[in-house]
Design a protein around this ligand. Structure first.
Ligand code: ADE
Length: 235
């Protein structure tokens, strides 16, 4: 069983529409759509926005649905000039940019009293996603790198510069690292797939409105192709 998490309604709408034999269960106000996508057993769910919602959602997928892999799909703000609106970023690893215990001598992003603060995406899933991108969205740039998350929509040049300086990340969003952390704690492989909707700077809000649709379309195409590819692997 593959768990697919999107934070917003728009991010999972097309996936839900493409599913067959759907059973819906509501847990913690989240609607879990269990069924088949391109022949693959999946659970698709809208977690709601932010790290707390996403972490709770991930733990439910693991406890109630026994998922063997998790994909988080959605959009993100680019942190590099070489990563354009519409491009796809795959998580080599994920960190929380708003975790700050520097007052106790920890590094920015380091989670106190935990062995790991940098959560690695599954290498096989990265490889498969990269391959699927080339197949179904060949015109789109694909990047493998760090994705950072925080409970903030980054739309400010100074904040962006701070994140860039401290994290060497490709893009910023609001859920991925908490999904990654939950998956890590449960020893479940995960991948974050993010399509770039804006540049996380002063033009972010305007760009976001204009490019959200296109970015979501790109990530949906990729997830569908991955589901097709994963049939057989997951039974
Ligand atoms: N999701 C899409 N764009 C974002 C941004 N700039 N900051 C946080 N989350 C985002």
């Amino acid at each position: 069983m593959l768990g697919i998490i999107g934070a917003m309604t728009e991010e999972v709408l097309h996936l839900k529409e493409a599913m067959e034999d759907v059973e819906i269960r509501t847990i913690a106000t989240m609607d879990f759509y269990q069924g088949r996508l391109k022949g693959l057993d999946v659970v698709v769910v809208r977690s709601g926005i932010g790290k707390v919602n996403a972490a709770i959602c991930t733990q439910i997928l693991i406890d109630q649905y026994n998922v063997r892999r998790i994909i988080n799909t959605g959009i993100a703000g680019s942190l590099r000039s070489s990563i354009d609106i519409g491009d796809i970023v795959l998580s080599r690893d994920a960190m929380q940019h708003d975790m700050d215990a520097t007052g106790f001598g920890y590094k920015v992003g380091q989670i106190p009293q935990m062995e790991e603060s940098v959560f690695k995406g599954d290498r096989n899933m990265i490889y498969m996603a990269d391959m699927c991108c080339r197949k179904v969205i060949p015109q789109v740039g694909v990047h493998v790198g760090r994705i950072v998350s925080g409970d903030q929509f980054v739309s400010d040049q100074a904040k962006k510069a701070w994140i860039v300086k401290n994290f060497q990340a490709c893009c910023t969003e609001m859920e991925g690292a908490s999904i990654a952390q939950t998956a890590y704690l449960n020893n479940i492989p995960f991948l974050i797939v993010r399509a770039i909707s804006d540049k996380a700077d002063d033009s972010a809000e305007m760009d976001y409105a204009e490019f959200e649709r296109m970015a979501i379309d790109n990530s949906v195409k990729l997830i569908m192709a991955m589901a097709e590819e994963l049939v057989g692997f997951d039974r």
